[in-house]
Design a protein around this ligand. Structure first.
Ligand SMILES: [Zn+2]
Length: 116
């Protein structure tokens, strides 16, 4: 593939952005590589029911955002891994090359347009 370096740059930039966004809602799980966990607010008053309810809602919210970001980061990292292994840009279903415009729109695409 001729634009490999270009897609690698796109993927690396996206991975960096995703990690930045992940840090706003969570932290890296120190026990599992590549795993993230949502953070809870620590400075709340446990006697204040409204504050506790808000904090639980925010935590649930953060978990939802974090899961989405984590899934995308995993896809991006898998694509970067494929670049390293020389298997990037190949449809996982048909084994055909993935269209350039599809990769341009989503450099972590795993399948060609026919199999998306
Ligand atoms: Zn295909």
């Amino acid at each position: 593939m001729k634009n490999l370096e270009h897609y690698k740059e796109m993927l690396e930039a996206e991975a960096k952005n995703l990690e930045k966004e992940l840090l706003t809602v969570g932290r890296k799980n120190p026990d599992a590589k590549g795993d993230w966990e949502a953070t809870e607010k620590m400075d709340i008053d446990p006697a204040d029911e409204d504050e506790v309810a808000d904090s639980i809602e925010e935590f649930e919210n953060n978990k939802g955002i974090l899961n989405q970001l984590e899934i995308r980061l995993k896809e991006v990292n898998e694509a970067l891994e494929k670049i390293k292994n020389g298997t990037y840009g190949v449809c996982e279903i048909s084994g055909e090359p993935i269209e350039e415009d599809r990769l341009e729109a989503n450099p972590a695409a795993k399948t060609c347009k026919l199999h998306m």
